[in-house]
Write a protein that binds this ligand. Structure first.
Ligand code: 5AD
Ligand code: FES
Length: 366
C-alpha cells in the first residue's frame, strides 16, 4: 500500500486530520491513489448522507450585477451581455412549478441586483412559502445583516455565498470592488440569522497553486458549513482574467493540467466533511462531458437542475460552455431523473436540510 493510500485510509477512518502538506500531496496523487481516493469519498458519502441525491432547482432570475469580479461573465462592466430581470410573479410561478417537477428545494440566484430590495424579496419569499411546501435558498451576493434576518423571517431557509478563495491576496486581485473581511462577515451574519450556510471556492484560480487549493479545503472545513459548493474556475473570454495563465502545472490559459485535480478536491472535501451537503456543481459539466455524474460518484450528494426559462439561459453565463443552455426546465427535469437512476442512486424526498449536527460515520476503507 502506498503512503498516499494509507493516508487516504487514515483520513476516511478519522484517524488523521490532514494538514496542508498532506492535502497538497493527495491533490496531485497518481492514478491508483486517485482511484482509492474516489472510492473512499464514495463510501464516506454513502455512510454519512446515503444514496439519496437531493434536487435543488436553480432559478437564475436576474443577470444584473453591480459588481466587477474579474472572473465572472455577468460582471457589471461586461457590455456584451444583454441584461434581463424576471418579475417576482414569474419567479414564484416558476418556483412552484420546480417543486412539482421534484425539486424539494429551489435556489433563487442572481447577480448583485439591488432592484430586488429586501422588501421586494421578502414579499416574494412569503408568497412562495404560501404557495409551495419547498425549502428556499437565496444566492444573491452580499447583503447587510438586517436584510438577512428579514429574509429568514420571510421564509428563507438557506443561503449560498462562496468565499471564492481563502487567499487574501488573490481575493483582492480578482475583486476590484469587494472586500475579503466583508465577505467573511456576511457568512457569520447568515449563521447568526439562523440561515443554513452554503459556501465554497473556485478550484484553480489564477495566482494560486496546489497549496492554495489545500488551504481552501481546510478553510471550507473550518467554516463548518451546511453545504459546500465548489467547481472548477473556467476562464470567460469577456473578462479581465480571460488570458491570464494558470500557475504551473497548467494546461495553458485556463485549465489545470490534470483535470482530476478538480475531482480530487471534491473527494477530499467529502472525507473531511462527512455530513455536509456537497453539490455536483454545474461547472463540472462544462469541464468534461458528464462531469456532474462523475462528481456524484466521488463525494457529492446534491444535484442542481437548471429551472431558468430557456430564453434567459444563454444570458446567464458566468463561464463558457455552460450546459443545458438549449434545454428548458422540463427537459432538464427528465434528464436528471435518468442521470441519477443510471448511477444507481435515488432522488431525495424530504427538503434535505442540513445534517451538520449529526455524528459522523468513520469508514474503514481497506
Ligand atoms: N468559472 C467558474 N465559476 C465561476 N463563478 C463565477 N464565474 C466563474 C467562472 N468564470 C462562480 C463563483 C460564484 C458562483 C455563483 O459562480 O464561484 O460564486
Ligand atoms: Fe439539463 Fe441534462 S440536466 S439537459
Amino acid at each position: 500500500m502506498s503512503n498516499s493510500a494509507r493516508l487516504i485510509d487514515d483520513i476516511a477512518a478519522g484517524r488523521v486530520l490532514p494538514d496542508e502538506a498532506h492535502l497538497e500531496i493527495l491533490l496531485a496523487c497518481g492514478p491508483e491513489d486517485t482511484a482509492a481516493l474516489y472510492a473512499a469519498a464514495d463510501r464516506v458519502r454513502q455512510a454519512n448522507v446515503g444514496d439519496e441525491v437531493y434536487l435543488r432547482g436553480i432559478i437564475e432570475f436576474s443577470n444584473y450585477c453591480r459588481r466587477s469580479c474579474d472572473y465572472c461573465g455577468i460582471r457589471g462592466p461586461n457590455r456584451a451581455v444583454k441584461r434581463y430581470r424576471m418579475t417576482p410573479e414569474e419567479i414564484v410561478d416558476l418556483a412552484v412549478e420546480a417543486k412539482q417537477q421534484g425539486n424539494t428545494t429551489v435556489v433563487l440566484q442572481s447577480g448583485e441586483d439591488l432592484w430586488f430590495t429586501a422588501e421586494r424579496l421578502c414579499a416574494l419569499l412569503r408568497e412562495l412559502r404560501q404557495r409551495a411546501d419547498v425549502a428556499i435558498t437565496l444566492s444573491i451576493g452580499e447583503r447587510p445583516a438586517a436584510e438577512l434576518k428579514a429574509f429568514r423571517e420571510a421564509g428563507c431557509d438557506r443561503y449560498l455565498l462562496r468565499f471564492e478563495t481563502s487567499d487574501r491576496v488573490i481575493f483582492k486581485a480578482i475583486h476590484p470592488d469587494d472586500d475579503y473581511d466583508e465577505r467573511m462577515a456576511c457568512l457569520g451574519n447568515l449563521r447568526r440569522a439562523g440561515i443554513q450556510v452554503g459556501s465554497g471556492f473556485m478550484i484553480g484560480l489564477p495566482g494560486g497553486t496546489l497549496r492554495t487549493i489545500a488551504r481552501d479545503i481546510l478553510f471550507a472545513t473550518a467554516l463548518d458549513l451546511d453545504m459546500i459548493g465548489c467547481g472548477p474556475y473556467l476562464p470567460h473570454p469577456e473578462t479581465p482574467l480571460a488570458d491570464v495563465d494558470r500557475p504551473a502545472p497548467a494546461a495553458g490559459p485556463g485549465l489545470l493540467a490534470d483535470a482530476e485535480t478538480y475531482f480530487r478536491t471534491i473527494a477530499l472535501l467529502r472525507l473531511l466533511n462527512p455530513k455536509a451537503h456537497i453539490p455536483a456543481t454545474t461547472a463540472f459539466d462544462a469541464l468534461v462531458p458528464n462531469g456532474r455524474d462523475l462528481v456524484l460518484t466521488r463525494g457529492a450528494n446534491v444535484f442542481m437542475p437548471n429551472v431558468t426559462p430557456q430564453k434567459y439561459r444563454a444570458l446567464y453565463q458566468l463561464y463558457p460552455n455552460k450546459p443545458c443552455v438549449d434545454e428548458d426546465g422540463a427537459k432538464c427535469a427528465i434528464c436528471v431523473v435518468g442521470r441519477i437512476a443510471r448511477l444507481g442512486r435515488t432522488i431525495g424526498k424530504g427538503p434535505g436540510h442540513s445534517r451538520k449536527g449529526e455524528a459522523s460515520n468513520p469508514q474503514q476503507v481497506s
